[in-house]
Design a protein around this ligand. Structure first.
Ligand code: GRG
Length: 339
């Protein structure tokens, strides 16, 4: 464990060891998640149901898309639409598209050329259940079909946002998923695979990359790889429901904080999570000597960092009052999640 790194600035800003009353609400999150998950999945089933189920490609897409998962991103989109006082159903085209893009990224991430995982969402990964070639194509098809839905949502989604809003969603979501977001983050992840190895291009001598710099690399990597898709989920829901510029500013703050916190908790779960609960293997980061928050900061400081980020996220929603209770409760859930 490396201990001589500077603590994140945010650690100084608040008494992170003090309990924060804003983290306690009586909101029924599990009822909310269940209701929204059901609505989302009925729309995903409609989308997949329009494909020819006798084709292997459609079956592979359905296999991974309908395998469960927390549905965090689409539920964030719906909750965000509600937070700005809108109809959550307007967020459904973006919510479904984002879940399809997220599923594509998991299918590709699990491939032997990347993480080479056998288990995802509690079942064999797509390439294990089908073949590597089918898994590549199922991912490609989910990605492209997501944008085809945003371009032409009317058969499945009623109500739908108007055309100018759909165009804005296409721009925002593709930016978050592509070379300015998730795909570049994945690339950075591949280039910074080891806790001992220095950042390849800048530091050929592995001893000269200071820990503080590793931490900022790690934050940037995850802001792109995981954070951008989480952020855009919140933003897309608000855009779909016609939010104001001020609402968007505050929701963006919330979304950036929960996006990073999500990755910190993911790293923590990789150390101490239960594979049976998570539906995927644990311990792989240490095995691969990956650059992670616990590896750089230690488990305790990582937990504190995540807690501080979540407190920041919740504070940014103060002016939304009760309409943002679902978003606040989801932020708490990110901190406490066990899968
Ligand atoms: C292959 C282009 C490409 C990108 C892959 C997001 C990503 C980039 C890879 C996923 C690898 C990973 C496990 C990242 C950690 C955080 C994360 C995104 C976890 C999976 O998301 P969850 O926990 O999964 O929301 P469920 O199954 O609940 O949807």
């Amino acid at each position: 464990m490396m201990t001589d790194i500077p603590r994140p600035d945010t650690d100084k800003a608040s008494g992170i060891s003090e309990p924060d009353s804003r983290l306690d609400t009586s909101f029924d999150l599990s009822g909310y998640l269940e209701a929204k998950r059901e609505i989302l999945e009925s729309h995903l089933r409609k989308i997949i149901g329009r494909l020819d189920s006798t084709r292997e490609l459609a079956r592979a897409m359905e296999y991974s898309l309908m395998a469960g998962g927390k549905r965090l991103r689409p539920i964030l989109a719906m909750a965000s639409a509600e937070a700005v006082g809108g109809d959550f159903r307007l967020a459904l085209p973006a919510a479904c598209a984002i879940e399809m893009i997220h599923t594509y990224s998991l299918i590709h991430d699990d491939l032997p050329a990347m993480d080479n995982d056998d288990l995802r969402r509690g079942i064999p990964t797509c390439h294990r259940a089908f073949s590597q070639a089918t898994a590549v194509l199922a991912g490609d098809a989910l990605l492209t079909h997501a944008f085809s839905l945003l371009g032409d949502p009317w058969e499945i989604f009623n109500p739908s946002p108007e055309k100018s809003v759909l165009l804005e969603l296409v721009a925002k979501i593709s930016q978050a998923a592509g070379p300015l977001g998730m795909v570049e983050g994945q690339m950075m992840d591949m280039k910074a695979p080891s806790i001992t190895k220095a950042w390849e291009s800048s530091y050929p001598d592995e001893n000269i990359c200071p820990d503080g710099e590793r931490l900022s690399i790690l934050k940037e990597l995850h802001a792109l790889k995981t954070g951008r898709m989480i952020s855009v989920s919140v933003e897309a829901g608000a855009i779909s429901a016609g939010c104001s510029a001020k609402q968007m500013e505050l929701l963006s703050l919330y979304s950036v904080n929960i996006g990073l916190a999500f990755q910190v908790t993911d790293d923590i779960l990789n150390v101490e999570g239960d594979p049976a609960v998570m539906g995927k293997a644990a311990g792989s980061d240490a095995l691969n000597r990956k650059l992670t928050f616990p590896a750089l900061m230690g488990l305790g400081a990582s937990r504190e960092f995540a807690r501080d980020l979540i407190q920041g996220a919740i504070s940014s929603l103060d002016t939304f009052k009760g309409r943002a209770d679902p978003l606040k409760a989801i932020a708490q859930y990110i901190l406490r999640r066990n899968r």
